[in-house]
Design a protein around this ligand. Sequence first.
Ligand SMILES: NC(=O)c1ccc[n+]([C@@H]2O[C@H](COP(=O)([O-])OP(=O)(O)OC[C@H]3O[C@@H](n4cnc5c(N)ncnc54)[C@H](O)[C@@H]3O)[C@@H](O)[C@H]2O)c1
Length: 259
Amino acid sequence: MAIDLDGVRAVINGAGQGIGAAIARGLAESGARVVVGDINEEKARAVAAEIGGSARAVKVDVRDRASVRAAIGEAVTAFGGLDAMFNNAGIAQVRPFLDITEEDFRVVMDINALGVMIGVQETVRQMKAQGTGGSIVNTASIAGKQGYEPLAHYSASKFAVVAFTQAAARAFGKDGIRVNAICPGVVATDMWKTIDQGFQDNALTERPQEAFETFAAGAVLGRASTPGDLVGVARWLASTESGFTTGQSLMADGGMVFV
Ligand SMILES: NC(=O)c1ccc[n+]([C@@H]2O[C@H](COP(=O)([O-])OP(=O)(O)OC[C@H]3O[C@@H](n4cnc5c(N)ncnc54)[C@H](O)[C@@H]3O)[C@@H](O)[C@H]2O)c1
């Protein structure tokens, strides 16, 4: 039986494109009402318009608590509450380990780790006020399970996502709030274009797509992911079908990292 998200009110951050946009579309197709949040408001609007119906778009910078609160407020105003929150926004940077600067570290940590912490905190406040419980889904990565050398600070930020996921699950289980993470592998999005270019810029690869293809070849299912590959697990985590699962960081990587 297909998962039915009728009545589910969701916010998806980092949903102007890529994985977040696919999740927003997928949840809406299953009946959820969605707030599409992104720092790029134009892209958020385009995704919400394409979804149509009751989808809303908001400009959100996940580093900025007030804007995260406003995105949640949009779900409350438009739909009457919040049942599922996807803290999905993230950035990647390729740097050889010894070249990572303090500024690089802060930039990546601010969006990927601090952004998730703020997203979890503000969601919990809302869900506790509602008294309904709910589902929080953070986007981690294979790099949240393995440290990759030219992505060390990115990997550290994704380990942080896994840690926040576990700690929040322990803290708020009694409130009926489940907290899980999704760990994608190599997904064909703009992020991987940036990573692929970063490998070339640092003379780690010689031709376009080389890093993408090399990493993707590590998936036992034999191909790179598309954003659509993450939709099933996102739907499941947003639904009551996953009602006894919390604190988990679920690999959805085509079989790259076994934990
Ligand atoms: N692409 C992959 O292979 C891959 C693998 C593992 C994990 N991930 C994770 O998946 C998530 C989505 O990645 P993607 O591949 O779709 O990337 P993407 O670059 O295609 O999309 C990321 C989106 O996040 C938005 N964003 C960036 N900074 C923001 C901020 N401060 N506030 C709000 N929005 C912001 C961007 O505008 C963009 O729309 C990220 O957390 C990423 O780390 C991606």
